[in-house]
Design a protein around this ligand. Structure first.
Ligand SMILES: Cc1cc2nc3c(=O)[nH]c(=O)nc-3n(C[C@H](O)[C@H](O)[C@H](O)COP(=O)(O)OP(=O)(O)OC[C@H]3O[C@@H](n4cnc5c(N)ncnc54)[C@H](O)[C@@H]3O)c2cc1C
Length: 431
């Protein structure tokens, strides 16, 4: 039977693996870490966007990833009966992926770090693991994300801050496409900063903060989310000196008059959505004894270096006949659902190529197609639409709105997926 090898078991790689399996090929999923779901252990909020409607109609593994995480939802946001997303238990993200990979027939190998590739002509014949094992395949998906390099953290940031990627234990991430000789492209645009900044989020142990914060999170107006108002006297305060390496610290202040709050999510770790050095957090009412869970340093590096594998609209990596890029490797995506639909297409096309078929593209008349075909170097943001858990921070992009893509009307969404001829496209067995 034809075999597809997926490297990286974040939500992008899990989506790719399941979608490839649906097409009727054998699938092996390799992950360097000891757990599944990649950065999803650190995210927490997802759902409630119209791309999920499109994903559902197309029938790939991506929507199964969302549905499985939703089984572990702690809070749902609904407005006038409309689904606006949910916060899931990040501690169950590994379990949520395991729940769907095995029934899909995907063979999962944890602690399997791909270190090299063996090429045959202009394609890949096998990947080589750090223990020397070779895994052959007919087609491959690079879903290794874009984070997890200790050297990068050391040179651009403050060194390893002991984040969820656990590089000191499992080794740096290694991109398959680069090992195959294809250099990454840096994404330069106002929507995708390259380089390093401070961490976007710190997780705190819930028992270490004041009970009234937990009460707000559980019983407040927006379940699972609390908009923390910074005391007036701290607004605009320059905190560079508080950082371990002030010269490398961002010119950040606790809050500005435009942003007098930061967001805490209950995931059930407490995800503080603007990272502050612990010394500053401890000055805030209710957070005086806040204890960071991850990154353990509670300050440090950003992992948002925006580089992607250069690939076409089928997500085939340039110059390689049988390697596709999924998740954050494919586009400057920074949201789970985006990574999921990028995984779907990469997995499906890898299966097609493994079976000797031509890869497909997704029509730009759908939001997923528009994103894949047009969001490259000049990213117009995330196709996330209207999730209230992220609305204020990243409002819907005007380009989507202009093109009429921000509707929540399920009939309109169905119609455009039907018109594009891609209903159930990932559900059809090809072999
Ligand atoms: C702090 C933080 C908070 C976030 N919050 C949110 C949020 O609330 N909502 C949201 O939608 N998005 C959020 N995001 C973004 C979202 O989590 C990511 O965009 C998404 O999870 C990336 O998925 P991925 O599968 O493409 O990559 P990753 O999750 O990075 O997965 C890549 C996987 O590949 C593995 N790997 C790498 N190299 C190798 C190798 N050589 N061999 C084997 N395995 C390898 C890695 O171990 C990893 O498991 C957040 C991101 C961060 C960092």
């Amino acid at each position: 039977m034809a075999q597809v090898v997926v490297i990286g078991a974040g939500v992008g790689g899990c989506s790719a693996a399941i979608t490839a399996a649906k097409a009727g090929v054998d699938v092996i999923l390799l992950e360097r870490n000891d757990s599944l779901s990649g950065l999803a252990v650190w995210s927490g909020k997802t759902g409630g966007t119209q791309v999920e409607q499109e994903m559902k109609l197309m029938g790939g593994g991506g929507i199964q990833v969302s549905d499985s995480l939703e089984k572990y939802a702690l809070f749902h946001a609904r407005e006038n009966g409309e689904d606006l997303g949910f916060i899931y238990d990040v501690m169950k993200a590994h379990q949520a992926m395991g729940d769907i990979l095995e029934p899909a027939g995907v063979t999962v190998r944890l602690r399997s770090r791909v270190m090299d590739v063996e090429k045959r002509g202009n394609g890949i014949k096998a990947v080589v693991l750090d223990n020397g094992d070779r895994i052959e395949g007919d087609a491959f998906v690079d879903a290794t994300g874009r984070t997890g390099f200790q050297e990068m953290c050391a040179t651009l940031g403050q060194g390893c801050v002991l984040c969820a990627l656990k590089c000191p234990l499992f080794g740096d991430c290694v991109h398959t496409s680069e090992k195959a000789g294809v250099s990454d492209v840096a994404v330069q645009s106002k929507y995708a900063q390259s380089g390093i900044r401070y961490m976007e989020a710190t997780m705190l142990l819930p028992d270490s903060v004041a009970p009234w914060i937990i009460d707000e999170l559980k019983n407040g107006p927006l379940p699972g989310r609390y908009d923390y108002t910074v005391p007036k006297e701290m607004i605009g305060m320059d905190i560079r000196d508080e950082w371990l390496f002030p010269d490398r610290a961002p010119e950040t202040v606790v809050a500005t008059p435009e942003l007098p709050t930061f967001i805490i999510l209950y995931t059930p770790w407490l995800k503080v959505h603007i990272n502050l050095p612990t010394r500053i957090l401890h000055r805030l009412p209710g957070l005086e004894t806040a204890f960071p869970a991850t990154p353990l340093s509670a300050e440090g590096n950003a992992v948002f270096v925006k580089k992607t594998a250069p690939c076409d609209n089928t997500l085939k990596v340039n110059g390689l006949a049988n390697l596709f890029a999924g998740g954050e490797r494919a586009r400057p995506a920074s949201a789970m659902t985006t990574c999921q639909f990028l995984g779907d297409l990469a997995g499906h096309n890898a299966a097609r190529v493994a079976l000797g078929l031509e890869p497909i593209t997704i029509p730009s008349s759908t939001l997923i197609g528009l994103y894949i075909n047009e969001v490259k170097e000049g990213s117009p943001g995330h196709p996330r639409g209207h999730s209230i858990y992220s609305r204020e921070k990243r409002p819907p992009n005007p380009i989507w709105r202009e093109k009429g893509f921000l509707t929540t009307d399920k009939d309109i969404i169905r119609q455009r997926v039907e018109d594009a001829g891609i209903v159930g496209i990932y559900e059809r067995r090809l072999a």
